[in-house]
Design a protein around this ligand. Structure first.
Ligand SMILES: Cc1cc2nc3c(=O)[nH]c(=O)nc-3n(C[C@H](O)[C@H](O)[C@H](O)COP(=O)(O)OP(=O)(O)OC[C@H]3O[C@@H](n4cnc5c(N)ncnc54)[C@H](O)[C@@H]3O)c2cc1C
Length: 673
């Protein structure tokens, strides 16, 4: 599973990803994807620990059983702990300060579903969704897979399951029974299905930009120049005013390009009636297109129970609906923070305003989620619903400064109030930029510009731009910061770097194709083909590719002489794993019905110069050229164009020019949804 924010944001200020040796056979900095996978983040964290944390300052393999305070002289805190593997060996350690960093997402939340004990199928939590093939092989009954939950994990789980079903259907070895499987996604509200790469400039000259620059979503969202006013300060998302919600919806709509009605499944349409409510979003490469193709069916409502193999849910309008033949239920119902607080004594929890029924903000923390003034020697890091390394780092710096008394007057910013549940944001502390800026102001540190050519209000608020106070004396940390900033500058300078993954994502699914063929030799027909093409996602059939589609096309050719001929063809489209990612097109084996890759047809090279230009009847948009292909004595030259509307391709085309001893023709195919 890749991260849902880019490596530029998922980093600490003093370790650049380019310094991390992620792959055994590569040098540090080589081949780290923009969205690293979980194991790559593990390598990053290990490198960080090796570089900065003395090994004798960490005791691993111990479980904290209780944390309590005591009066009188000596250290204030007693931390009772034991070896995680043995229940004996209990020791009590004493400390002056305690930081709770036991993880807000500590334990899966598994709300009971009425009747699930009599369910014939399998119920798992989204955090257990690892080996999907194994899960599907255990499906004892039913044909429907239901995902419950309308937030990040729900989107990711539904997309992962739909991908595996698609892969089973379209991989080269046919899988029995895959045709019958279907994925259903129950969500209480519509959400924006946002891909990892979004257009930086979806509008150009007042109109939809057909060839936008694509950048990672977080790089756009964390851009300091998007924030109005001189000072940027944290704005909690615990209560969204309708006007603020409308603005946020508007920003997301401009990235997506529509209210999602184009996806065809009405359930995801963000109607005006919900635009005053806080927007929810998921981040997924494939979810939106699986909704469009019908491979994910979205159901708006709440699951209420299960009987035998029938799932019951209630729609927003109160109507009860049943879904029969359910075989697997995936509970993407989030995580509960409560077990991660259980070691605090009841007296401490009471002081913190602990509320067992509240998973959203179970304790009331002051100063941007770090502490409570009634217990100043107890700190919290990462104890909020929301990610990002930079904020964790700032929280730790704040506590360090507080406890070493270098802050001067102790700030007392109260916790954000939580209002009406309907106006509650998805992430109460989701204002990453505001948090980075507010901490910086409190700590008296200056934000660095990305480079000498940038003003300090330009570009994304990556952690490296917020150095700690001691960094001036630490040349290693300073050079890491410079390296991380350079990586962002280099990324932003290459305007077409992410066009290939953005094109690839947007190609998924069904297209109407019209192909004009003009032949200069009578032995090869001229005419017009009309038909249907599909880009079916499947697991890459070779290492080194991040994604793969089986392309199939069926249609009817009407020749210039009026003859009608049915035709079909298949290719495989692949997106390479490492940057700069390239799209390659492969022949499939010639045997009838084969889906197996045979050999390379061509590689697409995005034409950097073509942006925004009209290409002589080809329309404006990104243009790409295929590498020259020689087939025995026939020469194939290929050209592509892709006309975008925000994240979607509205129209694309392929042109071939073929010349050989008995061939002299060109074709131009146009694809629309
Ligand atoms: C599905 C999912 C996807 C995510 N994707 C992203 C992403 O793409 N990008 C991102 O930035 N963030 C992401 N996050 C959030 C991210 O995982 C957290 O923000 C991050 O892990 C917080 O780090 P932490 O150290 O505070 O807590 P954790 O990583 O949860 O670590 C807490 C640690 O404390 C230990 N612990 C708990 N109780 C005790 C005890 N009593 N005694 C001893 N040890 C204890 C736990 O075992 C654990 O090792 C994701 C979270 C989830 C659930």
């Amino acid at each position: 599973m890749p991260t849902n924010a880019s490596k530029h944001i998922i980093s600490f200020s003093d370790l650049a990803w380019d310094s991390v040796k992620v792959h055994e056979n590569k040098q540090p900095g080589e081949d780290v994807a923009t969205f690293p996978k979980a194991h790559e983040v593990g390598k990053y964290l290990q490198t960080y620990a090796d570089k900065y944390i003395p090994s004798d300052s960490i005791r691993r393999g111990r479980e904290v059983m209780s944390v309590s305070r005591r009066d009188g002289p000596g250290p204030e805190w007693m931390v009772t702990n034991r070896a995680s593997t043995k229940s004996s060996n209990v020791v009590v350690d004493e400390f002056d300060h305690v930081i709770v960093a036991s993880g807000f997402f500590a334990t899966p939340e598994f709300p009971p579903i009425l009747g699930s004990e009599h369910f014939d199928g399998l119920v798992i939590h989204s955090s257990q969704l690892r080996d999907v093939d194994n899960l599907l092989s255990q499906m004892r009954s039913g044909t429907k897979i239901v995902v419950i939950g309308g937030s990040m994990s729900g989107g990711e789980a539904a997309a992962t399951l739909a991908f595996h079903v698609s892969s089973l259907r379209h991989q080269s070895a046919t899988s029995v029974g895959a045709e019958r499987l279907s994925v259903h996604h129950i969500t209480p509200r519509p959400f924006w299905s946002v891909p990892p790469y979004v257009p930086l400039d979806p509008i150009a000259d007042g109109a939809s930009n057909p060839s936008p620059t694509f950048v990672p979503l977080d790089v756009v969202m964390a851009d300091l120049s998007r924030r109005p006013g001189d000072q940027i300060r944290f704005a909690p998302s615990t209560t969204f005013a309708p006007e603020a919600a409308k603005m946020f919806h508007g920003a997301l709509q401009s990235l997506i390009g529509s209210d999602q009605s184009a996806l065809g499944d009405g359930a995801l349409v963000v109607h005006k009636s919900v635009s005053g409510k806080p927007p929810w979003l998921i981040i997924s490469t494939t979810h939106a297109e699986f909704v469009r193709s019908g491979d994910i069916k979205v159901l708006l409502g709440r699951a209420t129970g299960i009987r035998g193999s029938t799932m019951m849910f209630q729609r927003g309008d109160g109507e009860a609906v049943e879904l029969a033949d359910v075989g697997i239920v995936v509970m993407a119902t989030g995580f509960t923070p409560h077990p991660a607080l259980s070691f605090l004594s009841p007296a401490i929890r009471e002081t913190l305003g602990y509320d067992l029924g509240n998973h959203y903000d179970p304790i009331k923390l002051f100063n941007l989620g770090t502490m409570h003034p009634a217990i100043p020697s107890l700190g919290f890091v990462g104890f909020y619903r929301g990610p990002y390394f930079g904020v964790l780092e700032q929280q730790a710096r704040f506590l360090g400064a507080l406890w070493t008394k270098s802050l001067g007057e102790v700030p007392k910013e109260p916790p954000a109030s939580v209002g009406d549940i309907e106006q509650r944001g998805q992430f109460p502390m989701g204002d990453y930029v505001g948090l980075m800026e507010s901490f910086t102001a409190i700590l008296g540190v200056e934000r660095m510009p990305l480079s000498s050519k940038h003003s300090s209000r330009e570009g994304p608020a990556i952690p490296a731009r917020y150095p700690g106070k001691t960094v001036g004396t630490n040349s290693s940390a300073a050079s890491e910061q410079a390296k991380a900033c350079e990586a962002v500058v280099a990324t932003l300078a290459q305007r077409s770097l992410f066009v290939a993954p953005a094109v690839f994502r947007a190609l998924q699914g069904k297209w109407k194709v019209t192909r004009e063929i003009r032949s200069a030799v009578p032995t090869y027909p001229s005419g017009i083909l009309t038909g249907e093409a599909n880009m079916y996602p499947r697991r890459p059939s070779d290492h080194g590719y991040a994604a793969e589609f089986l392309y199939t096309e069926t249609g009817e050719l009407v020749t210039a002489q009026g003859l009608r001929m049915a035709g079909s063809r298949s290719y495989v489209y692949r997106l390479s794993e490492f940057e700069p990612q390239a799209i390659t097109v492969w022949f499939v084996k010639p045997e009838s019905g084969s889906k197996e890759v045979d050999y390379l047809f061509h590689e697409m090279e995005v034409n950097h110069e073509s942006r925004g230009k009209d290409h002589g009847g080809w329309g404006s948009g990104w243009r790409a050229k295929g590498s020259h292909h020689l087939c025995v004595e026939d020469h194939y030259d290929t050209e592509y164009w892709f006309r975008f509307h925000a994240i979607e391709i509205q129209e694309w085309g392929i042109g071939y020019t073929v010349k050989g001893p008995s061939k002299d023709y060109w074709t131009r195919a146009t694809y629309v949804r």
